[in-house]
Design a protein around this ligand. Sequence first.
Ligand SMILES: [Fe+2]
Length: 448
Amino acid sequence: MATDSATRDAALPFHLRGNFAPIAQEKTAFDLSVRGALPEALHGLYVRNGPNPKSGESQHWFLGDGMLHGVELRGGRAAWYRNRWVRTRSFVDDAEPIGPDGTRDLTAGRANTHVVAHAGRILALVETSFPVEVTRDLDTLGCFDFDGRLTTGMTAHPKLCPRTGELHFFAYSFAPPFLTYHCADASGKLVRSDVIDVPGPTMIHDFAITDRHVVFMDLPVVFDLEMAMAGTMPYRWSDQYGARIGVMPRGGSSAEVRWIEIAPCYVFHPLNAYEDERGTIVFDVVRYPELWRKGFSGPPGVLHRWRLDLMAGRAHEEPLDDRAIEFPRFDERRLGSAHRYGYAVHTKFGNEFGIGTSLIKYDVQSGASTTHDFGADRMPSEPVFVPASASAREDEGWVLSYVYDATRDGSDLAILDAVDFARDPVATIALPQRVPFGFHGSWIPDAR
Ligand SMILES: [Fe+2]
């Protein structure tokens, strides 16, 4: 029987096998067992989103129903673990964000990509749709459209400005307008929505802000109507579209965007962007030489640095490493200003996407890096940095990551000392079930 099961498993696409496969249950557990000593300063909720199709299968890794996995840390103990599907209209009554005739329903969507906190709300996000608000206990409250002001979807990668408290974000669409920029003020009120002119409908997963600019990426993964009609992920690589980065002053408009041509590539995720003392925009990204020419096969993403010279209208690019990575994170108190450190998952990228056994910490100032290898059959998820205190220096804090252990088919929440990154975890919290590989999450302190 084991052979039958292994054969069946091998025939499945990667996103339905092993620890990419969805789980069937929602669980709640209190006072989890902790190996090591949980830092008392960690007082809040770590929550991460990811696709977990309720039917047990989906056409594409990106298309499963969102499921949140959260652990509440309190006073040196792990108070609870919960996993909950986000009860979107797609989950509850199979509503589709795009109808058979191409009409869009922004209240439908899988809400499977990220979960962020802003202005007292916790929002589960997917880039096709309105945010879905959830409680700290991960119960779904419903769509949040900024009191009716939002008329597009919302990227899963909004940027919280640490100086102003503003939430900058955008939406892209297969139908005009292809790109719309939005900004909500610190109270959560949507105060700007501006169409940004781009040549065509590309997949724009993420962007960046600096202290003075908003930075868009218009890259050659384009909408394909035939693929959409076939009901699969409707974006593919284009050899014709070209690639450009758009830099808009904060508070500016589409007419003020400086577009700078770059070599074709794809970027899901920047690490951070900032302006150096000469006004050059330094933009660190995980860059793929191409994407989705044929499924998930292809060359991996590695850490690259773009330097954008706005006066000359030119970009200079250089690799900062040659290892395959994804899910880059950093100390987000530095968002938009110069960063020194970043953390990412070491990936395996060949015929299909895979997760390695280590996290990599980069020091982009010295060029050094440190690896934390969890050991054979132990695979981490996105590393989320939590500062030790509001006044702690960059890198002084912890890195949180769900780690899957294939030998026992279970998961832990590992907490690493960000400064002493290679050392054994400070604490390891055993979870009552495995946490499938997912996408992005946040640390939400009690005060937010
Ligand atoms: Fe993402």
